[in-house]
Design a binder for this molecule. Structure first.
Ligand code: SF4
Length: 170
């Protein structure tokens, strides 16, 4: 039997509270709020108590499913799923009903702190690349965090994966 403590985030709502979990093999034995999480600061509701049910249910999905043109679903590999998401759902602007330009979302307090006004152009740079972005003030954003669509800065290419362009997730 393997047993360890893991730090993660609860995925049962978009607060994504930090949680500390006692894990034995694949079983989540207990959990508590993770005090060092910058947003939740140790808070959790009772829902993470159900995480073990979702993690280990006998009928859980064990591979991605892709909808076929006749409405049925076909199993695909994790690599196929990643490529499909990255190339179609994220980079193809037609999939994005709002925010077609993939704005960098930031809380107004952070915008003011860093001199970034709503609608301004900026450069988002990581150790892996950089991309020109448009700033968007979002009151619901966590102070101290920014949000940018994954794969932003890469080019959508029909039927293939546009990895030639420089992007922050290259
Ligand atoms: S602990 Fe509760 S409030 Fe926090 S992310 Fe999970 S479901 Fe949401």
């Amino acid at each position: 039997m393997t047993s360890h403590k893991a730090v993660s985030s609860c995925i049962l709502c978009d607060n994504n509270c930090g949680i500390e979990i006692h894990v034995e093999n694949r079983e989540f034995k207990s959990f508590k709020g993770y005090k060092a999480h910058p947003a939740s600061e140790g808070y959790v509701c009772q829902k993470p108590g159900r995480l073990n049910y979702y993690q280990n249910h006998s009928q859980r999905l064990t591979s991605p499913l892709k909808r076929q043109s006749d409405g049925s679903f076909k199993e695909i590999s994790w690599d196929q799923r990643r490529s499909y998401n990255a190339n179609h759902i994220i980079r193809n602007p037609e999939w994005r009903k709002s925010d077609k330009n993939g704005a960098l979302q930031i809380h107004p307090k952070d915008g003011e702190k860093y001199g970034l006004t709503d609608g301004a152009k900026a450069v988002c740079e990581t150790p892996f690349g950089k991309a020109d972005v448009t700033i968007e003030y979002v009151d619901s954003a966590f102070v101290g965090f920014v949000s940018l669509p994954h794969g932003y800065g890469m080019t959508y290419s029909e039927g293939g994966i546009g990895l030639e362009e420089s992007g922050r997730n290259k």
